[in-house]
Design a protein around this ligand. Structure first.
Ligand SMILES: Nc1ncnc2c1ncn2[C@@H]1O[C@H](COP(=O)(O)OP(=O)(O)OP(=O)(O)O)[C@@H](O)[C@H]1O
Length: 321
């Protein structure tokens, strides 16, 4: 069933009055079913709603999305979310739609008809859309920037959230040249708050992200990366008689849980996956050498527990991000 947005206080006039904590918690419970905000989510949301830029460093799975999804529900208008991957946008939009939240993404994979419908809504007097996901490449096109400035001129652009913001820095390990062009956002849309989100940014990268995006006096939030539920153990390959046999034993001892084994090379993925399967552990290889159809069927099989272990290169991280 589609949930209607809860009536909450909105930012009005020049006063920049923000939603109170109670109203924000109500939105969290109503739309997402979570009892309370986690970590530093509320601080980020309050800063954004008061019009302040924010840099948010939270671990993977720390709940970064909520920092822009709640603001999108807290006042009328649109939150623009910049995402590096189409698969990630699709997943997020699907999950939001299932919750009855009006979200869409724009990408080259859509038909012109779908894209036109989204643009039509954006141009309408009162767009129904709350969250619009786009790639950094689209932001860099003059046509889209001009559409954005028009939406902004009508007072409808509430926030620009930049996911995986470390991709903007050439000091980082995931540099994406198209992210660099996001620096033009501040010039074109000077008073729209920007939220930069990342789970990975050493101080040099943090500084670079903040400077490149021209964040002004941003609230910098860094959450703890300590995950008490994660157990770490190092085993030295050189000290093991048979690495594959050791790994098979370890996986069997874990019971029927799902897992990912990361390898440096594609051939190792194929070899190890074959070894595990031969030893009764259902597994599949996943790397950039496989076609899209096969990769997506491995991902589906793993998510639906048809296979227990994926033996992958970092391509797996990029695709499921
Ligand atoms: N306040 C909260 N209480 C309970 N669960 C929450 C809360 N906020 C977020 N979550 C849940 O935490 C999970 C991870 O959230 P989310 O995907 O936003 O994390 P993330 O930081 O964006 O992760 P990633 O780095 O992988 O993009 C989701 O299942 C989400 O529903």
């Amino acid at each position: 069933m589609k949930k209607s947005p809860l009536p909450v206080q909105s930012v009005s006039g020049t006063e920049k009055k923000v939603c109170g904590k109670e109203a924000l918690v109500k939105l969290l419970r109503w739309h997402f079913g979570h009892a309370e905000f986690r970590g530093r989510q509320l601080e980020a949301i309050e800063a954004i709603l008061s019009g302040r830029d924010c840099f948010c460093l939270m671990p993977t799975g720390g709940g970064k999305s909520m920092c822009y999804q709640i603001p999108a529900l807290a006042k009328p208008g649109i939150v623009l979310v910049v995402c590096p991957l189409i698969a990630l946008m699709e997943n997020q939009v699907m999950a939001l739609k299932e919750k009855g939240i009006a979200a869409e993404f724009l990408s080259s994979t859509q038909t012109t008809k779908v894209r036109d419908k989204i643009h039509e809504d954006l141009q309408s007097g009162k767009p129904s859309l709350r969250l619009l996901y786009v790639t950094p490449e689209l932001i860099a096109t003059p046509g889209f920037m001009s559409r954005l400035t028009k939406i902004h001129a009508r007072g409808l652009l509430n926030l620009i959230a930049i996911d995986e913001a470390h991709c903007i820095s050439s000091w980082g390990h995931d540099f994406r040249p198209s992210y660099r062009k996001l620096s033009s956002l501040r010039n074109h849309l000077p008073d729209v708050p920007i939220l930069a989100l990342t789970a990975t940014a050493v101080p040099k990268v943090q500084k670079d992200v903040i400077e490149s995006l021209c964040l002004q006096n941003p609230l910098v939030l860094k959450s703890s990366f300590n995950r008490p539920n994660i157990y770490y153990e190092v085993r030295y390959k050189d000290l093991l008689d048979d690495v594959y046999a050791d790994l098979s034993k370890l996986l069997k001892s874990c019971g029927n849980v799902c897992g990912i084994v990361y390898c440096l090379e594609r051939t190792t993925c194929d070899e190890l996956s074959a070894h595990l399967s031969k030893n009764g552990i259902s597994s599949a290889a996943y790397h950039a050498g496989l076609n899209n159809k096969l990769r997506s069927s491995v991902l589906d099989d793993w998510i639906s527990s048809k296979i227990q272990v994926v033996v992958a290169t970092v391509a797996f991280g990029y695709d499921i991000l």
